[in-house]
Design a protein around this ligand. Structure first.
Ligand code: CAA
Ligand code: FAD
Length: 379
């Protein structure tokens, strides 16, 4: 067993840390207040290779391993979880899904600009009445000669208005249940494709979350990913890896809040000494550090399993379940360590606390992770 990072992994982590400090920190409070997407910053992240990190260089990706990806996600998430969710969706849902299951033509046309960061992608599974219960897809895709006709509504789509390429899951044969679901690549300019309202959210306010409406949208047959009926497996396999990215996001939110609380506890004085010298604060810091380390081990283990080509579905569900709980616990305590200052925007921890909550909801709620884990244990 080896707990050391490689030099390459450390270089990626340091590059992400420097980028986050230099480019994401400034303006993060204003972007959150105004619910403004970090356009310029995401463009730079693409130029630096953060948007297609694990994609083969022959498709314009970074050719890095999942451990490097997790390290970069943690660093970006410490500062701006709205930027990191755009990064996570593009890397582990859109690029991974296309590289693993797309054909050569689809990779040339769509994966290359997505992996290089030239274009942004979105992953569209959830619907108004199909969130956790993802097999209940109502969006339909009907074959009509050399194209499909898409009708339906997708909800809560990250990168909803900023994406150019949308991976859309739809029902091609309702009688077959989840085996009648297929996956498609839809271009933003398609006629009949309308971007709906932007959600006004508790956290990750800089991320653009939209509903999407499809009315008789023509999608060429060559834009179907895999065979008809493969769409649900496509979505589930993609989410197995996506959950590693969100677990790393949760880890980053927790470690960002912990670092702020640690520094503040050494500066703030009460009763004649820094609050870090009061045992109640020391114990909070000890609990935070321990829980973050445990979460980090689960996140790294799931990334390592993926890199080794081993089964990681169960490990990624555990990593997301645990890291998201740690993100909630640590951010709440970080606000407490800051006292009244923790309750105002200037000190960042209140935003991290609001951002933490979503990690227990998207890419499968905590209850869904427990379903995935328990089914795997009992199988
Ligand atoms: N990996 C691979 N295959 C899986 C799987 C997994 N984790 N989970 C289920 N499957 C397969 C099953 O093996 C089964 O296939 P077969 O019939 O061929 O054996 C098929 O999927 C159906 O599975 P179930 O019978 O278990 O279906 P179910 O309806 O009882 O439950 C579920 C499935 C696990 C609850 C699933 O619906 C689920 O994961 N729901 C959560 C949806 C989700 O995570 N959405 C995230 C949207 S994207 C997002 O959120 C992005 C973002 O915010 C940034
Ligand atoms: P529901 O499924 O209605 O769940 C409500 C509650 O019931 C939850 O607590 C849930 O855990 C619980 N529950 C449901 N079923 C069970 C069960 N069987 N056992 C126990 N408890 C259960 N989706 C996308 O496809 N693409 C995206 O890019 C995307 N981005 C998102 C961004 C944001 C900001 C948000 C809020 C959501 C996003 N989602 C996205 C959707 C997200 O994945 C869903 O919100 C999530 O899967 C939960 O679905 P739901 O909201 O319909 O809740």
């Amino acid at each position: 067993m080896n707990f050391e990072y490689t030099e390459e992994q450390l270089a990626v982590r340091d590059a992400a840390r420097e980028f986050a400090q230099a480019e994401l920190l400034e303006g993060v409070i204003e972007r959150d207040t105004e619910a403004r997407f970090p356009h310029e910053q995401i463009k730079k992240m693409g130029e630096l290779g953060f948007m297609g990190m694990m994609v083969d260089p022959k498709y314009d990706g970074g050719g890095m391993d999942s451990v490097s990806y997790v390290l970069a996600m943690e660093e970006i998430s410490k500062i701006d979880a709205s930027a990191s969710v755009a990064m996570s969706v593009n890397n582990s849902l859109v690029c991974w899904g296309l590289e693993k299951y797309g054909n050569e033509q689809q990779k040339e046309k769509y994966l290359k600009p997505l992996a290089s960061g030239e274009l942004l992608g979105a992953f569209c599974l959830s619907e108004p009445e199909a969130g956790s219960d993802a097999t209940s897809q109502k969006t339909s895709a009907e074959l009509n000669g050399d194209h499909y006709i898409l009708n339906g509504t997708k909800n809560w789509i990250t990168n909803g208005s900023t994406a150019s390429i949308y991976l859309v899951i739809a029902q091609t044969d309702a009688a077959k249940g989840h085996k009648g679901i297929s996956a498609f690549i839809v271009e933003k300019e398609s006629e009949g494709f309308v971007i709906g309202k932007k959600e006004d959210k508790l956290g990750i306010r800089g991320s653009d979350t939209h509903s999407l409406m499809f009315t008789d949208v023509k999608v060429p047959v060559e834009n179907r990913i895999g065979e008809e009926g493969f769409g649900f497996t496509f979505a589930m396999e993609t989410l197995n890896g996506g959950r590693i990215g969100i677990a790393a996001q949760a880890l980053g939110i927790a470690s960002g809040a912990y670092e702020l609380a640690l520094a503040y506890s050494k500066e703030r004085k009460a009763f004649g000494k820094p609050i870090s010298q009061h045992q109640a604060i020391q114990f909070k810091l000890a609990d935070m550090a321990t829980n973050i380390e445990a979460a980090r081990l689960l996140v790294l283990k799931s990334a390592w399993l993926k890199d080794q080509g081993k089964d990681y579905a169960h490990a990624s569900a555990m990593a997301k379940l645990y890291a998201s709980q740690v993100a909630m616990d640590v951010t709440v305590e970080a606000v407490q360590v800051h006292g009244g200052y923790g309750f105002v925007k200037e000190y960042h921890v209140e935003r991290l606390m609001r951002d933490a909550k979503i990690t227990q909801i998207y890419e499968g709620t905590s209850e869904i992770q427990k379903i995935v884990i328990s089914r795997s244990i009992l199988r």
